[in-house]
Design a binder for this molecule. Structure first.
Ligand SMILES: Nc1ncnc2c1ncn2[C@@H]1O[C@H](COP(=O)(O)OP(=O)(O)O)[C@@H](O)[C@H]1O
Ligand SMILES: [Mg+2]
Length: 581
């Protein structure tokens, strides 16, 4: 749009960060507006238009805004800037680079300070791929730069619908992101492009996900697995371990790129993330973890409106890397904060509230967020995937609330954390009796090839847990002696499986991460125990035997993973089982 045609307006009413603006000219839904307060220009977004008045949501603290404060509309939607340098960055929901903002202003986020998301001065070694005369379309590769160990493709902008004929290509060499690297008759291409964050960015053929994303968490990989390109949610009460689990996933999941959206529950939690994350190393490569990470953080100084943006910003950056044929994981902690932002805004707009005062469109927003996940077959023939995992923090841990329910309708796997488990320090507190995964079947098919009857055995293990739980509950009423010894043994097997296999201490050096092959070895030993018919004649003997076994198995878990040590220790345990009746 031509600059001169941008609409202008003035504030006629203010209600928290919701402004009514009377304007002249044409504006559109979602358009970005700038509220002019002297030197400051507060960023805002159009959320409702009626006649010559618009409701505009400001992303920042609005003190000082008064009647007739001037407003300038920008002609574009809230966009992400996409290009080399996104990795290692920490942004806020509006893509301000937080570290740079901090350097510039001394504190985190002074109102009205916006900085370009990507470094304008850094030079990147560009290698052209396209040629003069090529006819290309959105997402096609013009060239690439190396962003750490990743080949960052410089692609024809996704906003460019229709074909472009290349008339000029830059030679290989070092360029800043704003330098021209290619041209068509009427367009100049640089290394940066922009995309409206609320629209899904994808070009290619959507395919059903088939490849497992292993996480190194036994309870997930074995019982409730996730596929690359799939989605999952982890609701749980406060303190149940959602954040710890998301951090684990960001470190260990078998993906190329991780995008983290942190909307902290506690004051200081996000600052903690900001401080600790850059110091971590990638367990798979030994490089700093940030080299494959982009982070979107909400600081507590930002009002709720920016939280909503953060989730979309993260999704857009993640989708952009998927287009390069990479496997990307987007983690959002916590999506409840995002939903609350919607609720607050909806309240101010005096919309008719739905369940628990959330807006009626809550479920559709949550659905369209998770539906941005997926596996793509790209034009290049490569596959890229975006996996999305969100935590949910329902008040009181009650899963009947709208955010959890809406998430459950759309995700492929549900990892429900329970207070009972976290109180008993059974970590990760994913409750195996309520959790599920729709990906169990395809993962089973993949793993059956490596471990005979994997899928069937996993199913049996799940059944055993259910029976164990039921017998445990009965024992609480009638005591151990009130159930048969056979039932008692089933209960003890289930407990053993829980303690020695499903539980994992996130802070244990050896056991925090359990690769798949190790999971299979451990599962094999547990299977031997499951399949064995033990013939005890007193309850006490059964309990004593299983406790010894449990201790022994736990010791193995914590041994450094050297397969020969491991195998020796395992053999000793198996011998014990065989002799133990
Ligand atoms: N896998 C785990 N292993 C050991 N401790 C854990 C684990 N998960 C959670 N915890 C403990 O629970 C505490 C709260 O976890 P956190 O992830 O912050 O909860 P939430 O995000 O659900 O509020 C952690 O500080 C840690 O002490
Ligand atoms: Mg948390």
């Amino acid at each position: 749009m031509n600059k001169k045609t941008h609409a202008v307006g003035t504030v006629v009413q203010a209600f928290g960060n919701l402004l009514h603006v009377r304007f002249e000219g044409a504006i559109k839904q979602g358009e970005v507006a700038h509220i002019r307060l002297g030197e400051e220009a507060l960023l805002a977004e159009v959320i409702e238009i009626a006649g010559d008045e618009a409701k505009v949501q400001v992303f920042e603290d609005t003190h000082g805004v008064k009647l007739n404060t001037p407003v300038r509309f920008s002609g574009h939607l809230l966009e992400a800037e996409l290009g080399p340098g996104l990795l290692t960055s920490i942004f806020d929901g509006l893509q301000n680079p937080l570290e740079k903002v901090a350097n510039e202003t001394g504190i985190y986020l002074t109102r009205g300070v916006y900085l370009p998301p990507l470094d304008r001065t850094k030079k990147w070694e560009f290698t052209p791929v396209a040629h003069v005369g090529d006819t290309l379309s959105r997402g096609d590769t013009l060239g690439f730069v190396m962003e750490g160990r990743f080949k960052h493709l410089i692609m024809v902008p996704f906003s460019q619908f229709g074909q472009v004929k290349i008339t000029h290509m830059a030679k290989a060499g070092a360029y800043t992101i704003d330098a021209e690297i290619a041209r068509s008759d009427d367009l100049v291409f640089t290394m940066v492009q922009r995309w409206p964050v609320k629209s899904a960015l994808f070009e290619g053929k959507r395919e059903s996900p088939t490849r497992m994303m292993d996480t190194g968490l036994r309870i997930l990989d074995t019982q409730f697995p996730v596929l690359k390109g799939g989605s999952f949610c982890s609701p749980g009460p406060f303190g149940a371990g959602k954040t710890v689990m998301q951090h684990h996933l960001s470190k260990y999941s078998s993906v190329d790129i991780v995008v983290i959206v942190a909307c902290g529950e506690r004051a200081g939690e996000v600052v903690e993330v900001l401080r600790t994350f850059p110091e971590l190393t990638d367990p798979h490569t030994g490089e700093p973890l940030m080299c494959r990470t982009a982070m979107i953080c909400n600081t507590s100084s930002m009002p709720v409106a920016a939280r909503e943006a953060a989730v979309y910003m993260g999704a857009t950056i993640a989708e952009y890397y998927r287009q390069m044929g990479l496997d990307v994981l987007l983690l959002a902690d916590s999506t409840s904060r995002w939903a609350q932002a919607m609720r607050e805004m909806s309240g101010r707009l005096e919309e008719i509230p739905g369940d628990e005062a959330f807006p009626a469109y809550l479920a559709s927003r949550i659905t369209s967020f998770y539906e941005r996940a997926g596996e793509l077959l790209l034009k290049s023939g490569k596959r890229g995937s975006l996996t999305i995992g969100g935590s949910v923090s329902p008040a009181g841990g009650n899963f009947e609330e709208p955010v959890t329910q809406a998430s459950l309708l759309v995700v492929g796997a549900f990892h429900g954390l329970s207070r009972t488990r976290s109180d008993a320090r059974r970590y990760p507190a994913v409750d195996p009796l309520i959790s599920w995964s729709r990906y169990l079947k395809p993962v089973g098919a993949e793993l059956d090839a490596k471990f005979p009857q994997w899928a069937a055995k996993v199913k049996l293990a799940a059944t055993l847990l259910g029976r164990g739980d039921e017998i445990g509950k009965r024992m609480e009423v009638v005591g151990e002696e009130g159930v048969t010894i056979d039932d008692m043994v089933v209960y003890l097997k289930a407990e053993l499986y829980d303690f020695c296999y499903l539980q994992q201490n996130a802070f244990d050096k050896e056991d925090a991460y359990c690769p798949l092959d190790r999971q299979m070895e451990m599962f094999g030993v547990i299977q031997k125990i499951f399949e064995k018919r033990f013939a005890f004649d007193v309850h006490d003997a059964a309990r004593a035997f299983f406790l010894t076994l449990q201790n022994e198995l736990k010791n193995i878990n914590f041994l450094p993973y050297k397969s020969h040590h491991y195998a020796d220790a395992m053999r000793a345990v198996i011998k014990k089982i065989d002799g133990g009746t």
